[in-house]
Design a binder for this molecule. Structure first.
Ligand SMILES: CCCCCCCCCCCC(=O)SCCNC(=O)CCNC(=O)[C@H](O)C(C)(C)COP(=O)(O)OP(=O)(O)OC[C@H]1O[C@@H](n2cnc3c(N)ncnc32)[C@H](O)[C@@H]1OP(=O)(O)O
Ligand SMILES: Cc1cc2nc3c(=O)[nH]c(=O)nc-3n(C[C@H](O)[C@H](O)[C@H](O)COP(=O)(O)OP(=O)(O)OC[C@H]3O[C@@H](n4cnc5c(N)ncnc54)[C@H](O)[C@@H]3O)c2cc1C
Length: 674
């Protein structure tokens, strides 16, 4: 075995020495201030230093069942620690949010293939907080917060995940006993997919069609106990289990669930929005979509998950590319260059770093908007709910699509070693791609946004008031779609993307109108679906760049000159990379010349060169510990080859010189003289 040195790799050190800005200053911005950074490090250390977690065990070699058991063991260490910390910090909702925000990073070190308790706070408790009336809240919330019970969110069925109006599980009110009777009438009505459901939780929010007085009143949320609190056996009438191996999320314990005349008390229907009187009279909610609130919450918070995911992948690829040397650029060069010297390599990695920063700005903004609009909802005003829905849908889709795509680009940027499980890309990719489907399949999400955009465009044409995020449609309508010359300032690039988005929305609108002459509006909309998803993507790029510009304009007022340069270049790279990737759309609606495109290409090359000396500072500034990065290629010390070698030594096949398959099969085969 070679001697393994663990000093900082000299190539990486050389890179760090070239960084011109203060990395800690960047970290302070990234986490919202120096106090928050200290708090983050403290919380992370509080969890990760716990030796009983056995984090050095490579769980990728465990069987499916062992992985689940280990994940439960770890969660049963983490959650009590979390509850204790929550009390120590003061026990407020704000303290809880603080811990959850930090755990988002820390958990990726502890539960690489998903957390078997994630739905408990993430959806079960959130639904109770959003949809329970005061009485229900006081009964259930303390049990949730103290983890006396564990719950999940059971909505999707074998037959329906997207079109939830057609869910088949029934909850029929029996006014005589003041109970609901839950049933699973068909195979396709089985709840299928809910996380943590298989063998972990003992309660679930079950979304079911409410029947009362012989009528169906649509899907409503019910709290159902599914396992005995002592024996953990399924409750009478309940069938529950694990849905089996998946592409990823192996330890999330996605499950199935069916009901056979399961009776639950009247008080278990969550009644903050829809209500049912004890005699069985249904009272509609003020806002028909209030019951969808938990999905909006998760979509909003998923943008932050994308930031965690992409910052991890970018850190790995950046560090590796500054250590790995290959392929001289000039044939006579004696020393092979770091692979980061290859411009195509920079183009694979640096735009990802810029995106992490822009998405972080967006994630923070969206979270604030969510909090404002939720507060308005508690006061009975739902005017802005469609706007939030439309924005969170397209961001959820565009950002998770991008996280999966970017992880794959960054994995490829690490060549053969990127394909090792120990590179960390596989878990990153599996988590990213799961997010493309869960919480609303991405095409469906884009179509929801497009529906809002088409409505907004009609309003713009009629001179009606628009919500702020789509004001750019007014400009387009006012200038009658007339093309304008391309202006290559950053705001000019934003205007070009706005013109492309508005132009695409205008054509989709026109095509729907044309098709409506022969088809129903729904058929016409379906036939225009390909254009509509592009409308939503382009609108999303507008929102991201606009937010990036507004945020960075503020940031640069408050940071040192060196860091100011970094942020300006982040914006430059993000904007130019974006516009070059949508030239086709831009050319349709903006007067852009070949000379404009050449100039953008040159600016791209120039900004990549700036990033060449800043990239390591930025990824170090993400402040991800080695445990969180969790990659042989991405450790802070850059000892890539030593790490790869050590990881290979952990292979179960390397624990013995000769595997028994030699005696059983190989030897007889070799000796058979066929
Ligand atoms: C951090 C924690 C991590 C915690 C960790 C969590 C891990 C997560 C694990 C995954 C959990 C899950 O996947 S849970 C399951 C998630 N499932 C989904 O996301 C299902 C996706 N499907 C849907 O959301 C829905 O079915 C739709 C939106 C696609 C269609 O709904 P629909 O009721 O049929 O609506 P439809 O007739 O088309 O009418 C649409 C109208 O409703 C409005 N609308 C629709 N939804 C909403 C809404 N939410 N809010 C406001 N308005 C809405 C539209 O604007 C539109 O208005 P107008 O134009 O008519 O005015
Ligand atoms: C890892 C994971 C975790 C999950 N966790 C949970 C959970 O905790 N709780 C829970 O309740 N559910 C959960 N789900 C289920 C998840 O929410 C659904 O799978 C998701 O909403 C997609 O629905 P679907 O499976 O019905 O897809 P489908 O709708 O069947 O999608 C299949 C295809 O049809 C297309 N399609 C469908 N409708 C339309 C349309 N209107 N227009 C155009 N194209 C359309 C889609 O774009 C897609 O290409 C989870 C799923 C996964 C993968």
């Amino acid at each position: 075995m070679p001697a393994i040195s663990k000093t900082i790799n000299k190539d990486l050190k050389e890179e760090r020495d070239k960084v011109k800005f203060n990395i800690e200053e960047f970290t302070n911005w990234f986490y919202g201030g120096s106090e928050k950074v200290l708090e983050k490090r403290k919380i992370e250390n509080y969890f990760l230093s716990d030796k009983s977690l056995n984090l050095e065990t490579d769980t990728s070699y465990l069987s499916y069942k062992e992985k689940y058991e280990e994940a439960i063991r770890r969660s049963c260490i983490v959650y009590p620690k979390m509850l204790k910390l929550h009390q120590e910090l003061g026990g407020t909702e704000e303290d809880f949010r603080k811990i959850m925000d930090n755990l988002r990073y820390t958990m990726s070190a502890i539960q690489k293939e998903g957390n078997p308790f994630m739905l408990h706070f993430g959806m079960f408790t959130v639904t109770i907080m959003n949809l329970a009336n005061d009485e229900q809240l006081s009964e259930w919330l303390p049990k949730c917060v103290n983890c006396e019970i564990l719950g999940t969110y059971a909505q999707t069925e074998l037959g329906h995940g997207t079109f939830i109006k057609k869910l088949e599980t029934t909850a029929t009110y029996d006014p005589k006993t003041k109970e609901f009777v839950l049933n699973t009438p068909t195979l396709t009505a089985y709840k299928w997919w809910p996380g943590n459901l298989g063998h972990t939780v003992n309660h679930a929010i079950v979304m079911a069609q409410l029947y009362t007085k012989g009528e169906c009143c649509g899907i409503q949320p019910f709290i159902v106990q599914i396992r005995d609190l002592e024996t953990h056996k399924p409750m009478p009438g309940i069938t529950v289990g694990d849905i089996g191996n998946k592409v990823g999320f192996q330890t999330v314990n996605n499950g199935f669930l069916a009901f056979n005349n399961v009776r639950i008390p009247y008080k278990n229907m969550l009644m903050k929005s829809s209500k049912l009187s004890e005699d069985g009279t249904f009272i509609k909610p003020k806002n028909a979509k209030q019951n969808y609130g938990t999905m909006v919450f998760v979509r909003v918070y998923m943008i932050m998950d994308v930031v965690v995911n992409m910052s991890r992948a970018a850190t790995i690829a950046t560090r590796y590319s500054m250590v790995r040397r290959q392929s001289p650029i000039n044939p006579n060069d004696e020393v092979e260059p770091k692979i980061i010297e290859h411009m195509t390599q920079q183009y694979k990695i640096f735009p990802a770093i810029a995106k992490v920063i822009i998405y972080k700005c967006m994630a923070d903004n969206l979270r604030n908007l969510y909090q404002q609009i939720t507060l308005e909802g508690t006061k009975g005003s739902f005017e802005r709910a469609p706007e939030l829905h439309a924005l969170s849908c397209c961001l959820k889709a565009v950002c998770t699509n991008d996280a999966a795509k970017t992880t794959e680009i960054l994995r490829l940027a690490c060549g053969g070693h990127g394909f090792l499980n120990s590179s960390g890309f596989a878990d990153n990719y599996k988590n990213a791609t799961a997010a493309q489907t869960y919480e609303g399949e991405n095409t469906v999400m884009l179509l929801q946004t497009a529906r809002f955009l088409i409505k907004s465009f009609t309003k713009a044409k009629n001179g009606e008031k628009l919500t702020e995020g789509v004001f750019y449609l007014n400009d387009f309508v006012k200038r009658n779609g007339k093309r304008e010359p391309f202006d290559d300032s950053i705001r000019g690039i934003l205007r070009a993307i706005q013109a492309a988005a508005a132009g695409k929305i205008s054509s989709a609108w026109k095509h729907i109108e044309e098709k409506k002459k022969f088809l129903t509006v729904e058929e016409a909309t379906n036939q225009t679906g390909i254009e509509l998803i592009r409308c939503a993507e382009l609108h999303c790029y507008v929102c991201l760049l606009q937010t990036g510009i507004e945020e960075i304009e503020q940031i640069i007022k408050n940071v040192s000159p060196a860091l100011r340069e970094v942020f300006k270049n982040v914006l430059e790279l993000y904007a130019i990379d974006n516009v070059l990737n949508m030239i086709g759309d831009i050319l349709q609606h903006v007067d852009m010349t070949n000379a404009d495109i050449d100039k953008l290409q040159k600016r791209l090359e120039a900004v990549l060169t700036f990033f060449r000396s800043s990239a390591i500072g930025i990824v170090d500034g993400f402040d991800l510990s080695d445990a969180v990065v969790s990659s042989t290629l991405g450790t802070y010390d850059g000892n890539v080859y030593e790490n790869i070698f050590e990881a290979a030594m952990k292979s179960p096949l390397n624990q013995e010189d000769v595997n028994k398959s030699f005696h059983l099969y190989l030897k007889p085969f070799l000796k058979s003289n066929l």
